[in-house]
Design a protein around this ligand. Structure first.
Ligand code: S6P
Ligand code: ZN
Length: 182
């Protein structure tokens, strides 16, 4: 375990940008191949994750902002990859700062729960629920996530079969429909 010095970070709620010095990960359509039902014909940025640096250990709380840009591949809204935690029982809290979206959560047995994301809403993601954030609006969806330091990531299960549902634009609004590939 590391004994850290207390520190503070500033988050701009509108943009989700942090100061100082986050670790930034950018996901483009090319790094999301196979995640959407249709193939993309550009390599646009879809989302970025801005992580506050602390050791990924059980006695720390990791946290980050995620900025999911507005957009669609076919009629499917831009979204994160989604994952289970590698340590499956690790839970997480999301606080939406700006924009609007849907948080899709699913158990390994296919049970699915979808919750709204909008500014001021806290979503609790208990352990064992895979989670994916979908931007259903026309502005960036920005949220702050706090998670147990050793939660880790299991992307493989989602990469293989996706979530039980997909979120698509039907007549100008979001619709949650069964995933034909699940
Ligand atoms: C981490 C937490 C978020 C996501 C981020 C990107 O446990 O759930 O910080 O990592 O929203 O999503 P993904 O599925 O690409 O990691
Ligand atoms: Zn997570």
């Amino acid at each position: 375990p590391h004994l850290l010095e207390p520190f503070s970070v500033h988050i701009d709620f509108e943009s989700g940008l942090l100061s100082p010095d986050p670790v930034v990960l950018v996901r483009r359509l090319s790094s999301l191949a196979g995640y959407f039902l249709q193939n993309a014909d550009t390599d646009s940025e879809v989302y970025s994750v801005h992580e506050i640096r602390v050791p990924a250990e059980r006695d720390h709380l990791l946290s980050s902002t995620t900025i999911v840009l507005p957009g669609k591949v076919g009629d499917e809204y831009y979204m994160t990859k989604g994952h289970f935690h590698a340590n499956r029982d690790r839970s997480e809290i999301y606080l939406t700062l700006s924009g609007e979206g849907l948080l899709v959560m699913a158990l390994e047995n296919g049970t699915t729960v979808t919750k709204e994301m909008r500014p001021g809403v806290v979503n609790y993601v208990p352990g064992h629920w895979a989670h994916r954030s979908v931007n259903t609006g026309s502005e960036p969806l920005v949220f702050y996530a706090v998670y147990i330091g050793d939660a880790g990531y299991d992307y493989a299960t989602i990469a293989e079969r996706g979530f039980p549902v997909v979120v698509v634009d039907r007549d100008g609004g979001p619709s949650v429909v069964p995933n034909p590939r699940y």
